[in-house]
Ligand binder design. Structure first.
Ligand code: HEM
Length: 208
């Protein structure tokens, strides 16, 4: 516990703002390499995949905050909003690359994909669930909605993450391990929320 307390004291002092810039760095790097013609044979697909995967990884990081605290006492709660917002912004960049570079604003093809391709429909459902979460990720929204309604809305993060993982699994015809591994991690993290509280916390209960 002393280690967790020490870590929490340090984390409470760590600034969050610079982490946003750090979190955008991979996207800036891929964009720079794409513009420079050094993002492989199919830069659009590489950009689409990298941005989509990073969006999913940030979602998973945000979902990990509660189990990590339950299991170790280490609280990254101050960083959860940043992680959630980065998942949203990487999903926005991912979809923007699809609409602009992949589908080149061909709205009839885009509509056809959105209506006919299951993995795209699932991806879009995940994306639409992230929008109200991002739109209410500021203190004023919590005050205006009230903590209970805000927390209820933010449970959308669970189906959004499950759908994003399903989107990844569904887009590949075979069953490669990587998307399945992401799916299993998301299932475990969402499943953690449904465990009885008594089973969740591994930390020793305060005496008395
Ligand atoms: C309207 C919403 C969305 C559309 C149209 C969309 C479209 C796509 C497309 C076209 C691909 C590549 C398919 C291919 O290689 O053939 C893809 C891959 C992917 N997308 Fe999305 N997506 C959407 C939303 C999301 C969201 C919300 C997430 C995560 C939060 C996400 C995560 C991923 C991941 C992880 C991949 C696979 C990356 C890889 O193979 O390395 N997508 N998506």
């Amino acid at each position: 516990m002393a280690l967790a307390d020490g870590l929490n004291r340090a984390l409470r002092r760590a600034p969050v703002a610079p982490l946003y810039a750090l979190a955008f760095a991979p996207a800036a790097y891929w964009l720079w390499r794409a513009v420079d013609g050094r993002l492989g044979a199919d830069p659009v697909a590489t950009l689409e995949h990298s941005l989509g995967l990073t969006a999913l990884q940030f979602l998973i990081a945000a979902l990990t905050v509660t189990p990590l605290r339950d299991l170790t006492g280490v609280s990254l709660l101050r960083f959860r909003r940043m992680l959630g917002l980065m998942a949203f912004w990487y999903a926005v960049m991912h979809v923007a690359v699809w609409v602009s570079l992949d589908r080149q604003f061909d709205w009839s093809r885009i509509t056809a994909d959105l209506l006919k391709r299951p993995y795209i429909i699932v991806g879009m459902a995940a994306f639409l669930m992230l929008v109200p979460l991002a739109a209410t990720s500021f203190d004023g929204a919590v005050r205006r909605m009230g903590p209970l309604a805000w927390r209820r809305l933010h449970r959308l993060a669970y189906p959004a993450s499950l759908l994003a993982a399903a989107h990844f699994i569904w887009l590949v015809k075979a069953w490669p391990p990587e998307p399945l591994a992401y799916g299993a991690v998301v299932l475990a993290l969402v499943g953690w929320r449904f465990l009885p509280r008594t089973r969740r916390s591994r930390r020793p209960r305060a005496a008395g």
